[in-house]
Ligand binder design. Structure first.
Ligand SMILES: C[S@@+](CC[C@H](N)C(=O)[O-])C[C@H]1O[C@@H](n2cnc3c(N)ncnc32)[C@H](O)[C@@H]1O
Length: 311
C-alpha cells in the first residue's frame, strides 16, 4: 500500500481486468476451485471507549480536505489481524483499516452540502455504516450532530483505529477514558458498534425493530432511527448489497432520513458499485436517489456520491 503526498493511503479497491489478482492479495478474487468456506461473521457487540486497544498504537497523520484538516491513524493489517497489508478476507476482515478514497469524497460532499445550505448536521442523529477510519462521522460530530454512531464489521477496527481517530479529532473530557458515551468534549453521544449488516440492527440503539415496518411504507409515522446515514466504499460486494439496503431501511428515520453514499461507480473484479446499489434501491421503490458529485469523470474508475431519501 503506498502513501501519496498528503499521507493518505493511495490504492485501488479492486484490480482492473488486466491486473494480476494475486499481486494485490484479494484472496476472494482467486478463481481456484478450492476456496475456503466463508466463516460465520463475528458477533455483534458495542465497543466502549474504554476498550480502545492498549497494544496497537496508530501513527497519526493529517488529511487535508479542501481546507479542513482531520487526523487519521495508520495501523497495519498484520499488526491487528496477522494478514498481509493488501488482504481483504470475507467473513474475517472487510478493509476497515485502510482509508478509502470514497470517504474523503464523502466528507468533501458533506462540506459542500453544508456550505450550500442543503444540509445541517446540528442536532442530527448520524450513523456511519462501514466506518473504518470514521472521518465522515467525525466531521458530523464537529458540525454539531447530537449523536454519532460508528459501525464496522470488526470490533478490532473500532478498537485500534476508529476510536483513536475520534479521540485525536475530538478530545475526551477526562484523562482516563471513562466507558461512557458522554466522555467526549462535545455534546454528541458517540458510540461504536461491531457486527455484520445482516444483524447489527439488533444492537443499534433507538431502533424499535420489532415494531418497525422494514418497508417504511408511505404514511408510516415511525420517528425512530437515524436522521443521516453515511457510508463510503461499502457497495463493492454484490452479495452484501441486499443486507446493506435492508439495514438502511431499518435504521433510517422516516420520512425525513437521508443517506449519503460515496462509492466507485463500478468495482472491477467483483461487480458491485454505486450504480448496482442504486438500481436495487430504485427497484424497491420506496426511496429516490440523486447523484450529487462525480469524481474522476472520464477515467475508467469514476467515483460518485449519491443521496437517498424516502419518496
Ligand atoms: C472498503 S472498507 C471502507 C471503509 C471506510 N468507509 C472508508 O471509506 O475508508 C468497507 C467497510 O465496510 C465494512 N463492511 C464490509 N462488509 C460488511 C458487512 N457484511 N457487515 C458489516 N460491515 C461490513 C468493513 O468493515 C469496512 O469498514
Amino acid at each position: 500500500m503506498a502513501a501519496n503526498q498528503s499521507g493518505v493511503d493511495s490504492f485501488q479497491l479492486f484490480p482492473s481486468a488486466n491486473d494480476n489478482k494475486a499481486q494485490l492479495g484479494f484472496s476472494f478474487l482467486d478463481d481456484s476451485p478450492e476456496k475456503p468456506p466463508i466463516p460465520l461473521p463475528p458477533p455483534c457487540l458495542e465497543v466502549l471507549l474504554s476498550q480502545v486497544s492498549s497494544s496497537v498504537k496508530p501513527t497519526l497523520e493529517p488529511v487535508n480536505l479542501d481546507g479542513l484538516t482531520l487526523l487519521k491513524g495508520r495501523v497495519s493489517t498484520h499488526e491487528v489481524f496477522a494478514l498481509s497489508n493488501s488482504d481483504l478476507v470475507p467473513g474475517k476482515y472487510e478493509g476497515g483499516l485502510k482509508l478509502w478514497e470514497g470517504s474523503l469524497d464523502l466528507v468533501k460532499s458533506l462540506q459542500s452540502e453544508v456550505e450550500s445550505g442543503n444540509l445541517s448536521l446540528i442536532g442530527k442523529k448520524v450513523l456511519e455504516i462501514g466506518c473504518g477510519h470514521g472521518l465522515p462521522g467525525i466531521f458530523s460530530c464537529l458540525q454539531g450532530a447530537s449523536a454519532v454512531h460508528f459501525q464496522d464489521f470488526n470490533s478490532e477496527v473500532l478498537q485500534c483505529l476508529t476510536i483513536p481517530n475520534v479521540v485525536a479529532n475530538i478530545p475526551v473530557k477526562s484523562q482516563s477514558l471513562a466507558a461512557d458515551a458522554k466522555s467526549w468534549d462535545t455534546d454528541a453521544e458517540v458510540r461504536f458498534f461491531a457486527g455484520d449488516w445482516s444483524e447489527v440492527h439488533q444492537i443499534l440503539p433507538n431502533l424499535q425493530t420489532d415494531d418497525l415496518d422494514s418497508n417504511c411504507s408511505p404514511g408510516s409515522t415511525v420517528s425512530v432511527g437515524y436522521d443521516i446515514i453515511l457510508m463510503a466504499e461499502t457497495v463493492y460486494s454484490i452479495s452484501a448489497l441486499p443486507a446493506l439496503y435492508e439495514l438502511i431501511k431499518k435504521c433510517m428515520s422516516h420520512p425525513h432520513g437521508v443517506v449519503y453514499m460515496a462509492a466507485k461507480k463500478y468495482y472491477f473484479g467483483v461487480g458491485g458499485g454505486s450504480r448496482r446499489f442504486v438500481s436495487l434501491v430504485e427497484k424497491d421503490g420506496v426511496m429516490v436517489a440523486s447523484l450529487i458529485a462525480e469524481v474522476g469523470g472520464g477515467s475508467s474508475n469514476v467515483r460518485e456520491v449519491w443521496k437517498l431519501q424516502f419518496k
